[in-house]
Design a protein around this ligand. Structure first.
Ligand code: PEP
Ligand code: MG
Length: 565
């Protein structure tokens, strides 16, 4: 029997859940004790059959993928599994006398080297190739395929880490919760989990070890506070249910426009990445979209989308929201969001390289096409409130360049994201050139603290509660106040009900977040007046550490707020 064990990580999507743990198996690698090949014909046949089974199971998963993007990824990987070049490569290795798993590994390595040489889209297929290798190896060794298992009943997914593509294929009806051992709170995997509205916790150290070897273990999660209980007792489950009940009470009546208790308005908006997201978010009680991550539309594309195709997509998104605001971010390609058609070649430090607006400057035609499509979509939906902003801006020159281009296309509201310390401390100068700013706290934390947002081990540095990050946000808001321009937040920080109070106290005028987080943030704002938010902001910025900042704010928050976390 598995022992009851309470573990703590970082909560990234609120809500409680319990159910059987579905462990995502790790890749097993070459079987070092396998016999050498003595019958090339028979071993070759065995590998071919296994590769065909891998392709068939990927195709089946493509059949119930929950988005067109995931479907396309899975189908492309399935096709690669039965690629003739790969199969021939395996035969060649078998002829050298390698055992079956060794032959697959070496053949894949040779093929991967060729793809890397071709570069661009082909080089990116190397990840798919390794996925096929790991699945085929597991089958040959008679162990569970790595990756998310088929779920016969609703379960809590437990993994060392999940790739964004894996998270995107999860079916919210079958997945009660997500628990990962690694992963960062602002990684795109965490963002996608929140987007799907599934309770999730990352950085839960020891969870995979606690489940190792066990057959069917229950697991409970509180995705708000990041608590995970392996083999929970009946009392644990009852307590979690009670927390859910209290949360429901605290959320009751959370509807309508966002405002503090004394009526200070704060627009509450949704982060979206696809037209499906837009339709789902627009059906909810929120005031528009404060971040449309347009690069999410094109993650798997080989060639740049045409102006017509983009126009159709943007028009659909604007139509979904009617007269509500939609803030579209122009392509933020590069670093953690590589787009093969916008690839400028390998870089030593991609997060510090030609990404975001810098990439748009190098590939001006991509930005021009996008702005033309946005202008056409705006014309097709004249009642829409279309705002457009650029990612990764640091200087006056970049701001001027982008604003001139966007305005030349006739776009009415032009802004910038504040994601670098350079933009934050020069916000007044930059904001004097545009209509608004939106703070990307995920990248602003990464660049202020010099800590890779993909690196879960650095979560303590990446939290927006770091007083240095809060100082950057304050500087940005001061720039907004000096120029009379609105400053929103669209990073994950905006969806934390406690942090939202601090942001409003610092002067932020709108908050954009995963749609499932809006009602808790709205309820938190309703519990506090603007003066309290300002006092919270002062306490947080003046605190010596991130932990002190959060504790000081929680200390003066309404007690009901704890039920919202
Ligand atoms: C951010 O950096 O906070 C942001 C909203 O952009 P992204 O997470 O897409 O980089
Ligand atoms: Mg960013």
């Amino acid at each position: 029997m598995t022992q009851r064990l309470v573990l703590h990580g970082i909560g990234v999507a609120a809500g409680t859940a319990s159910g059987p743990a579905a462990v995502v198996a790790p890749a097993v690698g070459v079987d070092e004790s396998e016999p050498a090949c003595t019958d090339v014909e028979a071993d070759g046949q065995r590998v071919r059959e296994v590769l065909a089974d891998v392709a068939a199971s990927l195709r089946e998963r493509a059949g119930h993928a929950n988005s067109e993007t995931s479907k396309a990824v899975l189908e492309a990987t399935a096709a690669l599994a039965t690629d003739r070049g790969l199969v021939k490569g395996v035969d060649k290795e078998l002829k050298k006398g390698s055992g079956v798993t060794r032959a697959i590994h070496d053949a894949v390595e040779t093929y991967a080297a060729k793809l890397r040489k071709v570069g661009g889209y082909m080089a990116e297929r190397v990840t798919d190739l390794y996925d096929i290798r790991d699945r085929a190896t597991a089958r040959l060794r008679g162990v569970a395929e790595p990756g998310i298992p088929d779920l016969p009943e609703p379960a809590v997914i437990v993994a060392h880490d999940l790739a964004p593509a894996e998270t995107a294929t999860l079916d919210p009806a079958m997945v009660r919760g997500i628990v990962t051992e690694a992963g960062g709170a602002t990684s795109h995997t965490a963002i996608l989990a929140a987007q799907l509205g599934i309770p999730a916790a990352v950085q839960v150290k020891g969870v995979t070890e606690a489940l190792a070897g066990a057959a069917r273990v229950e697991i409970a999660i509180d995705g708000g506070v990041g608590e995970v209980i392996v083999a929970p007792s009946a009392t644990d489950v009852a307590e979690l249910t009670e927390r859910s009940r209290r949360r429901a009470v605290a959320l009751a009546g959370s509807s309508g426009e966002g405002a503090t208790r004394d009526g200070h308005r704060v627009k509450l908006l949704a982060n979206i990445g696809t037209t499906d997201d837009a339709a789902a978010a627009a059906a909810q009680d929120l005031e528009g979209s404060g971040l449309f991550r347009t690069e999410f539309l094109f993650l798997e594309r080989e060639s740049a989308p045409s102006v017509e195709e983009q126009t159709d997509t943007y028009t659909a998104v604007l139509r979904s929201f009617g007269t509500r605001r939609v803030v579209v971010r122009t392509l933020d390609a590069g670093a953690d969001k590589p787009l093969s058609f916008a690839d400028l070649g390998p870089e030593e430090n991609p997060a510090l390289g030609r990404r975001g607006l810098r990439l748009s400057q190098a590939r001006e035609e991509l930005l021009d096409a996008q702005l033309a499509a946005l202008a056409a979509a705006g014309a097709a939906v004249p009642d829409a409130e279309l705002w457009v902003m650029a990612p990764m801006v640091s200087t006056v020159e970049e701001t001027t360049w982008f604003a001139a281009k966007a305005r030349a296309h006739g776009l009415p509201k032009v802004g910038i994201m504040v994601e670098t310390p350079a933009a934050a401390i020069r916000a007044k100068q930059l904001l004097s050139l545009v209509d608004f700013a939106s703070i990307g706290t995920n990248d602003l934390s990464q660049y202020t603290m010099a800590a890779d947002r993909m690196q879960g081990e650095l979560a303590h540095l990446l939290t927006p509660w770091q007083p240095a990050v809060l100082s950057m946000i304050r500087a940005t808001c001061q720039g907004g106040a000096a120029t009379g321009k609105p400053v929103g937040v669209c990073g994950e920080a905006g969806g934390d009900p406690l942090m939202a109070l601090v942001l409003v106290g610092l002067g932020v005028t709108s908050l954009s977040m995963a749609p499932g987080k809006v009602s808790a943030v709205r309820a938190a704002l309703r519990l506090h007046d603007l003066d309290t938010c300002r006092q919270m902001a002062n306490y947080a910025v003046d605190a010596p550490t991130a932990a002190d900042a959060r504790a000081a704010v929680l200390n003066i928050a309404d007690p009901v707020l704890r039920d919202l976390l």
